[in-house]
Write a protein that binds this ligand. Structure first.
Ligand SMILES: [Zn+2]
Length: 470
């Protein structure tokens, strides 16, 4: 009898274990995942940091954030990921990039934006960019973004439907802007066709869980006013983001003042385009008056420090923007010429340092502020703050586990100091997007890396050949 009773206890105990061997509590609420970490850096409104913390996920949502002990008692998890040597943070949000351009990485460096665009990028694009090119470029970009902890990226390119399908298959979240430009583009020969195509694209993805469709008029110096106004009308009709390069170079600002008697920001304001969900990339050459316009319209800014330094475009007045309450996120502006990697942790580091040297004030743009820009601030700039950007109940489960095992994490006085100044992209160990694990122990689960590298080399040869035929 005693033996039978022992056996009964063992069976009961086994039935209270999950597949991962974690004990369960029969009165507890069931969830899909319980992820634990040495610290949970929530980036919520109070910037709560929870030592020995945990996050519970059900479906694509966060349903619990708090001390590990409390959550373990409250939830029965199907899967448990214990990361005692890691920090859990929200997924990083890249507010400005051109993902398929990854296949042009290293094509031309160390030159002016105008030379780079007109002598290399525009010819290389017109001879090589197809739907197939966009698929492979997006795969390469998503692989790199996932490896470095970017869970949402904001794109301005061509063939955005191809990009949307590819990004979804990789499990990425994307704010994807179909380009509208006053030159014949690889996908649409006129801006009118681009506007029509964008409307179909928006309708197809407007309720998608991972993709936020957007419209992306390139800039005031490449896109006619009529096209800018038509793009804006469409953005307002569907309440989608309008993405645009703005006041990136001194020349753009000077030309606008000379020919139109207005700064680039004033040009947009006079055309009525700042109204709505607008995200301005770069926003470097902005006067006090311009910043007041951005503030009054709630325009978001994508600050791209690597691109702005590599192209010698200038330094955006980020401290002033934040003081005014303008929502500012960080952008990599990858992958060719302007910045060669998709590493938002490196952008945090550079953003903080650049603002300090620019203002000659070491207190400018703190470690905590740049972490906010890479997460919650980026979400605000995109108008997605209800869905992403922080680890809070009800938000989408976009989560990173960042390793504390390597030398650069010792000793650990302050989590924000580590995240802004000491971390490296290779420290990102696990990534969840929309409740799905897409990176496990630094392995990207959703993409075939060797196949992508092989294809990238094939494209390199093709692109070199195409440029030789000038
Ligand atoms: Zn750009």
């Amino acid at each position: 009898m005693q033996r039978f009773f022992n056996f009964f206890l063992i069976v009961c105990a086994m039935s209270l274990m999950t597949a991962d061997g974690a004990p369960t509590n029969s009165t507890a609420e069931s969830v899909d995942w319980l992820i634990t970490g040495r610290y949970v850096v929530t980036m919520d409104r109070t910037h709560r940091v929870i030592p020995d913390g945990a996050i519970a996920l059900r479906g694509n949502q966060i349903v619990g954030v708090g001390p590990h002990g409390e959550l373990a008692a409250h939830f029965n998890a199907k899967h448990v990921l214990n990361k005692p040597d890691a920090i859990l943070t929200p997924g990083l949000i890249d507010t400005h990039t051109h993902a398929p351009m990854s296949l042009f990485r290293g094509i031309a460096d160390d030159m002016r934006l105008e030379d780079w665009l007109h002598n290399f990028i525009f010819p290389a694009e017109s001879r090589n960019v197809t739907a197939e090119f966009v698929r492979w470029g997006t795969r390469l970009a998503c692989l790199e973004m996932l490896q470095s902890g970017i869970t949402t990226y904001t794109d301005m390119y061509y063939f955005e439907e191809e990009e949307a399908e590819t990004a979804k298959a990789a499990g990425m979240r994307g704010v994807l802007g179909q380009s509208v430009i006053g030159l014949p583009a690889p996908d649409y020969k006129t801006w009118n066709e681009a506007i029509e195509g964008t409307e179909a694209f928006i309708k197809r993805y407007e309720h998608d869980e991972l993709i936020t469709p957007a419209i992306a008029p390139h800039a005031i110096y490449t896109t006619p006013d009529e096209a800018l106004v038509a793009a804006h009308k469409l953005a307002v009709k569907y309440n989608v983001p309008l993405l645009i390069h703005l006041a990136e170079t001194e020349r753009e600002r000077d030309d606008a003042i000379r020919t139109r008697n207005s700064s680039p920001t004033q040009v947009l304001d006079k055309l009525g385009i700042l109204h709505g969900r607008v995200l301005a990339a770069h926003a470097i050459w902005e006067s006090d008056e311009d910043l007041a316009l951005l503030k009054s319209h709630g325009t978001g800014v994508a600050h791209c420090p690597s691109s702005n330094t590599k192209l010698a475009s200038g330094v955006a007045r980020v401290s002033q923007m934040l003081k005014l309450g303008i929502p500012v996120g960080l952008g990599t502006d990858g992958f060719a010429g302007s910045n060669d990697t998709a590493d938002l942790l490196a952008e945090m580091n550079l953003a903080a340092k650049l603002q300090k040297v620019f203002t000659r004030d070491p207190t400018a743009l703190s470690a905590e502020q740049v972490m906010d820009m890479a997460t919650a601030g980026g979400a605000r700039a995109l108008g997605l703050e209800k869905e992403i950007g922080s680890l809070e109940v009800g938000k989408r489960a976009d989560i990173l586990a960042i390793s504390l095992k390597r030398a650069n994490a010792h000793p650990l006085y302050n989590v924000y100091s580590f995240l802004a100044y000491a971390v490296k992209a290779g420290d990102v160990e696990d990534v969840f997007i929309n409740g799905r694990q897409v990176v496990a122990d630094r392995k990207v689960l959703t993409l075939n890396a060797p196949e992508i590298y092989k294809k990238a080399e094939e494209y390199r040869q093709q692109i070199v050949n195409s440029l030789a035929k000038q």
